[in-house]
Write a protein of this length. Structure first.
Lengths: 287, 160
């Protein structure tokens, strides 16, 4: 045990590991806050769709040779989130079909562009598999963050948490009964837009954490686990946050100790907690 | 309400510009460990990658590529497979240590140059053989690109 602690202590002397832990916990916190709302609004799969859009946008940025690819990824993902959440139910292509279409379409085009990019410049494609692997599965992206990235993530987290607490009652109303909220004079479209923008921002940042294929797990598993046991909105959110933080910290530590991919390990921890909570829920119901 | 939204939008833009940019990071690694007997020079090693997990090796080598100045002149010990490379355009020969990641979907090459006189191919292992290299980390520019290498290095070939 002391040997493991010594190893862990040695690893935490690397700034990259400390940055990963800070960013990981912040992203886990933000995603779990919004996760409950998305699950209850039946938008669980939007995380997947938007993360694939972000992947496609990253491919475009790579092809165009944009140094700071966030300048393309962020606006494209935010616009897609707004379109999906606001107009998805009023168009000829309904919500779930629109998400599925954008999800697979962006993924396919992104991968196609990533393959074309090196040929265009005549460069070797040595980094292609690494870029794709890292972006899709978040293999170790989180362990290569700079201080600038950490600061950006802290700003994002402060904004998301502030918005959530300032508009807690409104988000609650929109989440449970949008029609009633609208009837009481609440600008539900505006709050849906706010939720869409925030979830897009979280997803873009979370791409570095677990990769674009696994982001949905970060959003839905803590919320679903909490819902197994707790029933009120507030208690579900609090429990969801605790589960998400625990799984993120546990996943990061286990992955650096055991040499497993960071994103997959965190998601595996989330799945484990979900199974435990499901079992607990079953036992409680029987009693 | 509108003021609040404007504030949120401004703050998000600020966060965006700071960028969490995951630039393309090359890749890397393996989790294999080496025994002390396999390595010639174990003294004063600043970063011993042979004692790390594959995830940490991956991360550390990526950071070496992204921020070579941080590791400049540090003594690095690392294990991987050997791959010689001949550049047809310049006529130069390079010795590369290949570090695959745990799933082998990504790999990272680290150039090294052995201390003293060595003749290729007699003094080098076969391609694909596992080696442990200990050398001084440095970076150099060639054709406008920055490359990293382990210079003044010693090499131990795995006997397996």
């Amino acid at each position: 045990m002391s040997e493991i602690l010594d190893t862990l202590k040695m690893y935490f002397e690397f700034p990259a590991v400390r940055y990963a832990m800070i960013v990981g916990l912040l992203i886990a916190l933000c995603s779990s806050l919004l996760g409950v709302t998305l699950v209850m609004k039946r938008f669980s799969f939007i995380g997947d769709g938007l993360s694939h859009v972000a992947f496609g946008a990253m491919a475009v940025a790579t092809v165009l040779g944009v140094t700071d690819n966030m300048l393309i990824i962020m606006p494209v993902t935010v616009i897609s989130a707004v379109l999906l959440l606001r107009t998805g139910q009023n168009t000829r292509i309904k919500g779930d079909a629109a998400v599925a279409m954008i999800s697979v379409g962006a993924l396919a085009l992104g991968y196609l562009l990533m393959n074309l990019a090196p040929k265009k410049g005549g460069r070797a494609s040595a980094n292609l598999s690494a870029d794709v692997c890292s972006t899709l599965f978040g293999s170790t992206s989180i362990l290569t963050l700079s201080l600038k990235d950490v600061i950006a993530c802290i700003i994002m987290a402060v904004v998301v948490i502030s918005v959530f607490f300032v508009f807690y009652n409104k988000i609650f109303a929109v989440t449970f009964d949008e029609s009633f909220a609208k009837a009481t004079g609440l600008h539900s479209d505006l709050y849906n837009l706010l939720i869409a923008v925030i979830i897009a921002v979280i997803i873009v940042f979370a791409m570095n954490f677990v990769g674009s294929l696994l982001i949905s797990a970060l959003i839905i598993f803590p919320a679903l686990s909490a819902m197994r046991i707790f029933k009120s909105f507030r208690s579900v959110i609090i429990c969801s946050v605790i589960i998400s933080l625990f799984c993120a910290a546990f996943g990061i530590i286990l992955s650096i100790l055991a040499g497993t991919p960071v994103g997959s390990t965190i998601v595996a921890a989330d799945i484990g907690v979900f199974l435990i909570f499901s079992l607990l829920s079953f036992c409680l119901r029987r009693d | 309400m509108k003021k609040c939204l404007l504030f949120v939008a401004a703050a998000l833009c600020l966060g965006m510009n700071c960028s969490c940019g995951k630039n393309t990071v090359n890749d890397i690694q393996s989790v294999q460990e080496t025994t002390a007997a396999q390595v010639l020079d174990n003294t004063n090693i600043d970063v011993d990658l042979t004692q790390m997990s594959s995830t940490m090796i991956y991360s550390t080598v990526s950071n070496m590529m992204l921020n070579p100045n941080v590791y400049d002149r540090q003594k690095i010990k690392i294990r991987g497979t050997y791959r010689p490379f001949h550049d047809e355009t310049t006529g130069k020969d390079y010795n590369i240590l290949i570090i695959p990641d745990a799933t082998a979907c990504c790999e990272q090459g680290m150039e090294f140059s052995l201390a003293g006189e060595h003749k290729f191919p007699d003094d080098y292992p076969d391609e694909g053989q596992y080696i442990t290299v200990t050398g001084v980390f440095s970076s150099y520019k060639e054709d406008g690109l920055t490359y990293v290498e382990l210079s003044d290095a010693s090499m131990v070939v795995d006997q397996a």
